[in-house]
Design a protein around this ligand. Structure first.
Ligand code: BGC
Length: 771
C-alpha cells in the first residue's frame, strides 16, 4: 500500500500506549453518516474503538442520553504460529499510523518480530465511503519473512466503547449470504440497527481456498468473527479486502436486509473501485473547500487538517442533523449540538458548501418544538433552545452537569437554565444563512417562525426597568461559563437585540409572502410585533466606557478580584477541578473562561472602532483562561481586524492544531471531555479566511481587507457567493480574482477602497494604494 499525497499526510511513528485515546481522535475518518475512530484493527472497548452514528441517540437506566456506537465491522487480529500480533500484546518493532486528509483514508503499518525471529508486516487502510454513506471499506495485508501458520480473526465486534451504555439489545449475530451480520435494536426507542461485513482475499483470486474458515458468534455482545487459517509462504503478501455496511431504522425500513445488500454491492464494486469513487468525491469537496496558505507549511497542514475534520462530519445528506460539539468522535458531550455550530462552523459551510449550511440551519427549524417545550417548562413564551440539543431539540443538559472533584458530589450548574444566548445564536444562524444565500424559502419554511419564537422567548425573559426606562436581561450566563447567573451580560444583550431585529425583518418578509402564516403567528401570541420593536429600541446593551473604552462584561464585573491568571493557577488544588460554579476558583475573580466581550466585538465589528477593539482585547486577553477551544480563534480574528495579525497568529495556530496535538482539556471535574473540536476547526477557517484574508460577504458584495501574518505571502481560496464561484488570491499588496466561466451572474468585490463587478469568466486584480 502506497502513501500518496505526501503534503496532505498526518503521520505518527512508534507505538505509544498513552496516546491511544488521543490518536483515536486525531486519526478519525468519517462521512457525516458515521465517524470511525482512529483505532487499530485489534482494538476493542478498552482502547475506545467506536463507530459513532450521527443522529441516533439512546438512553439507558436514567443515565445521560448519548449517541449510539455501532458494533465495529473492521475488527481484525492476526496470529502467527499461535502468537497474537496485537500491538497491545506484542511490542512492535516499527509502527506507523497515518491519515491521508486529501482522500480521507486511514493507514497503518506495523512490523512485528514473532517468537522464532520471523518478521511480519501488517498493513491496512480504510475509509468511510463518501459516495455510499453506509459503507466502510478496508484492505488488510500481511507479509511474513518465514513460512508458518497464519491465522486471521476478523469480523464484527460488539465490544465497542460506550460511556453510558450498553445501548443495544436483542442482539443477533449470524452468517447470511456470505456475510457476517449483527442486528440489534436500541434500548430506549427500539430503533433497529444492522452491521454486515464480508471479506475477499487475494488467495481466492489465485484459486486457493482461504483454508480453514470457522465462524464464531457471541450473542451476548453482538459479535461475530470468522477465523481464517492457512500456511503462509515466506515473502508473500496476503491481502484481505473488507466491505462493511451499517444501517439503522432511521434510514432504512429493514436495516438487516439493506446492510447485506449494500455490503454485497460494495464487494461487487471491489475495493479499488470503491476507493476510486470515494477519492472522486473528496476531490470535489476539496475543490470547494481548500485554502492555500503561501509561505507557511505548518499553518497550511494544520488548517487543511481542520477543514478535513469538518468535512468528515458534515451532514451533507440530511437536514435533520447538525454537528455535535465533539463531532462524530464518540459519545462525549452526549453527542449534543451546541451554539458551536452556528457561531463557529456555519461560516465555513456558508462560503464553501451552502447546501450543508442550509441543513445545519434546518436542523434548528426541525427542533423548534423541543425549544418550545423547554420555554414552556421554565414558564416562558416562545422558543428556548436546548443548550445541549439532540434529535428532538429537547435539552440533554442536566442541572448537575459536573461532579465536584473534591466531594464526588454533583454540582448544580446553570448551563441549561441560564445560557439563554443559545436562542439568539440559533436565530442569528438562520439570518446569516438567509442574508448570505438570499434563500427566502428558509424563512417561509419555518425560519421566520423560529426567529419569531426566539424573540418572543426573550420578550418573556427580559425585564423592563421603569426607573431606567429600558429593558434588561437579568440572571443569565454568557459565553464565559465561569460567571453564572449574571445581569446584563453585554454579549447576551447584544445578541438578544439582534434577534429582535431579525424577528421583525423576517416577519415582514413572511407578511409579504405568506400573509396567512404571518397572521396565524401574530394572532396566536399575546406578544405582538410592536412589543418586540419596543424592546428592540429600548434594550440596554452595555457600552464602552467613555474614558477607558472598556465594555464591562456584565453588571459589576469590574468589582471582582483582579487576580493575574498565573496566580489563580497557583491556587488550583486538583488539576481537574472546575473553575466555575458556586465556589469555583474563577467565580469571584475577573478571570474568564473564553472570549465573551471580544466575541461580541467580532460579531458586531462595524459597531465598534479600532480603539475600542484594541482596548478590550488588551484588557480581556490576559484575563482569559482559554479554557474552551472556542476562545483562541476569536482573539486571532479581532487581532487581525485591528491590524495586528501577528498578535493573532499564535491564537490561530493554537486553534488549528488542537486536534493534532491533542492538547486540550480532557476533564471537567471527573467528566471526560476529550474528542475532536469542530468549533475550533471552524474557528481556524474563520481566522484564516475571515480574519487574516479579511474576506466578508454581506449578500451583495465581498469585501476583502487583508491583514496577513508576517510569514504568509498569500491566501488562496474559492468562494461560493449566491451560487457564483470565484477564486481569490489575497496577497500582501494585491487581491487577485477570477470568476468562474460557468457563473450565471456577476459578482461584486471590494478591496483597498475600490470595488468592481466580475462578469462570468473574468479575472481582475485590485492593488493596494490605487484607491
Ligand atoms: C464551552 C461552550 C461550548 C461547549 C461545547 C464548553 O466548554 O464553554 O461554549 O459550547 O464547551 O463545545
Amino acid at each position: 500500500m502506497k502513501l500518496v499525497n505526501q503534503d496532505w499526510l498526518i503521520r505518527e511513528n512508534g507505538f505509544d500506549r498513552n496516546r491511544i485515546a488521543a490518536d483515536g481522535n486525531k486519526f478519525m475518518i468519517g462521512n457525516g453518516y458515521m465517524g470511525c475512530r482512529g483505532t487499530m484493527e485489534e482494538y476493542t472497548r478498552g482502547e475506545l474503538a467506536a463507530v459513532t452514528l450521527a443522529g441516533l441517540y439512546d438512553q439507558v437506566d436514567g443515565k445521560w442520553r448519548e449517541p449510539v456506537n455501532a458494533p465495529h465491522p473492521l475488527y481484525a487480529v492476526i496470529e502467527f504460529e499461535g502468537q497474537s500480533l496485537s500491538v497491545l500484546d506484542c511490542e512492535p518493532v516499527e509502527h506507523e499510523q497515518a491519515l491521508d486528509i486529501r482522500s480521507a483514508v486511514h493507514h497503518r503499518r506495523t512490523v512485528f518480530k514473532a517468537d522464532r525471529g520471523a518478521e511480519l508486516v501488517v498493513e491496512s487502510e480504510r475509509f468511510c465511503s463518501a459516495e455510499r454513506l453506509n459503507v466502510i471499506a478496508g484492505r488488510l495485508s500481511v507479509t511474513c519473512s518465514a513460512d508458518g501458520q497464519l491465522t486471521i480473526r476478523t469480523g464484527i465486534d460488539g465490544e465497542v466503547w460506550d460511556i453510558n451504555g450498553p445501548h443495544l439489545e436483542k442482539l443477533e449475530a449470524a452468517e447470511r449470504q456470505n456475510s457476517l451480520l449483527v442486528t440489534a435494536v436500541t434500548r430506549e426507542l427500539q430503533v433497529p440497527l444492522a452491521v454486515a461485513e464480508r471479506i475477499s482475499s487475494s488467495m481466492e483470486a489465485e484459486g486457493r481456498e482461504a483454508v480453514t474458515m470457522e465462524v464464531r458468534y457471541d450473542q451476548q455482545s453482538g459479535s461475530v468473527f470468522r477465523t481464517i487459517s492457512f500456511a503462509c509462504r515466506a515473502g508473500k503478501t496476503y491481502t484481505f479486502d473488507r466491505f462493511a455496511a451499517v444501517c439503522t431504522g432511521l434510514d432504512e425500513e429493514e436495516p438487516g436486509a439493506a446492510a447485506l445488500r449494500l455490503c454485497r454491492e460494495a464487494a461487487g464494486t471491489g475495493y479499488t473501485g470503491l476507493l476510486a469513487e470515494h477519492e472522486a468525491c473528496w476531490e470535489r469537496k476539496w475543490a470547494l473547500a481548500d485554502v492555500v496558505i503561501e509561505g507557511d507549511d505548518e499553518a497550511q497542514l494544520a488548517l487543511r487538517y481542520s477543514l478535513y475534520q469538518l468535512l468528515i462530519i458534515a451532514p451533507e445528506h440530511s437536514e435533520k442533523l447538525s454537528i455535535p460539539a465533539r463531532g462524530l468522535s464518540g459519545q462525549v458531550y452526549k453527542g449534543a449540538v451546541f451554539w458551536d455550530t452556528e457561531m463557529f462552523m456555519l461560516p465555513f459551510f456558508l462560503y464553501t458548501q451552502p447546501e450543508t449550511a442550509r441543513n445545519l440551519v434546518m436542523y434548528r427549524i426541525h427542533t423548534l418544538d423541543g425549544a418550545r417545550r423547554k420555554a414552556a417548562e421554565y414558564g416562558y413564551e416562545g422558543a428556548f433552545y436546548a443548550w445541549e440539543s439532540q434529535e428532538t431539540g429537547d435539552d440533554a443538559c442536566t442541572l448537575f452537569n459536573v461532579n465536584d472533584v473534591f466531594t464526588g458530589r454533583p454540582m448544580r450548574t446553570y448551563f441549561r437554565d441560564k445560557q439563554v444566548h443559545i436562542s439568539a445564536d440559533a436565530a442569528y444562524g438562520i439570518w446569516e444563512y438567509y442574508k448570505f444565500t438570499g434563500d427566502e424559502g428558509i424563512l417561509l419554511q419555518g425560519g421566520a417562525e423560529t426567529v419569531w419564537e426566539c424573540a418572543r422567548f426573550f420578550y418573556s425573559y427580559a425585564y423592563y426597568n421603569p426607573l431606567k426606562q429600558r429593558y434588561e436581561v437579568l440572571d443569565v450566563t454568557g459565553p464565559d461559563e465561569y460567571h453564572e447567573r449574571v445581569n446584563n451580560n453585554a454579549f447576551t444583550n447584544a445578541m438578544v437585540k439582534r434577534t429582535l431585529f431579525i424577528a421583525l425583518e423576517a416577519m415582514e418578509i413572511l407578511h409579504a409572502a405568506c400573509p396567512e402564516q404571518y397572521e396565524a403567528l401574530v394572532q396566536n401570541s399575546a406578544i405582538k410585533p410592536e412589543h418586540i420593536r419596543d424592546m428592540h429600541d429600548r434594550l440596554y446593551v452595555p457600552e464602552p466606557d467613555s474614558e477607558t473604552g472598556l465594555i464591562e462584561q456584565f453588571d459589576r464585573y469590574f468589582t471582582l478580584e483582579d487576580v493575574p491568571l498565573h496566580e489563580l493557577k497557583g491556587r488550583v488544588l486538583n488539576k481537574h477541578e472546575y473553575w466555575g460554579g458556586g465556589n469555583g476558583l474563577a467565580t469571584t475573580t475577573q478571570i474568564l473562561k473564553q472570549a465573551d466581550i471580544v466575541l461580541m466585538l467580532h460579531l458586531f465589528k462595524d459597531a465598534y472602532d479600532t480603539v475600542i477593539k484594541k482596548a478590550n482585547w488588551a484588557y480581556y486577553e490576559p484575563r482569559t483562561e482559554h479554557g474552551s477551544s472556542l476562545s483562541a480563534c476569536i482573539y486571532a480574528m479581532v487581532a487581525a481586524d485591528t491590524g495586528s495579525p501577528d498578535w493573532g497568529y499564535p491564537y490561530f495556530m493554537r486553534t488549528a492544531t488542537i486536534d493534532l496535538t491533542g492538547e486540550s482539556k480532557q476533564y471537567v471535574g471527573d467528566l471526560y471531555i476529550g474528542g475532536t473540536h469542530p468549533a475550533a476547526n471552524g474557528g481556524a477557517w474563520m481566522a484564516a479566511v475571515q480574519g487574516f484574508a479579511g474576506i466578508r460577504f454581506d449578500g451583495e458584495c465581498a469585501t476583502i481587507s487583508p491583514s496577513l501574518p508576517e510569514k504568509w505571502q498569500a491566501v488562496q481560496t474559492r468562494l461560493i457567493l449566491r451560487g457564483q464561484q470565484i477564486k481569490v488570491r489575497v496577497g500582501r499588496q494585491q487581491v487577485e480574482l477570477e470568476a468562474d466561466a460557468g457563473n450565471t451572474s456577476e459578482v461584486r468585490v471590494a478591496a483597498y477602497g475600490q470595488s468592481l463587478t466580475l462578469e462570468p469568466g473574468v479575472s481582475a486584480v485590485l492593488r493596494m494604494g490605487q484607491e
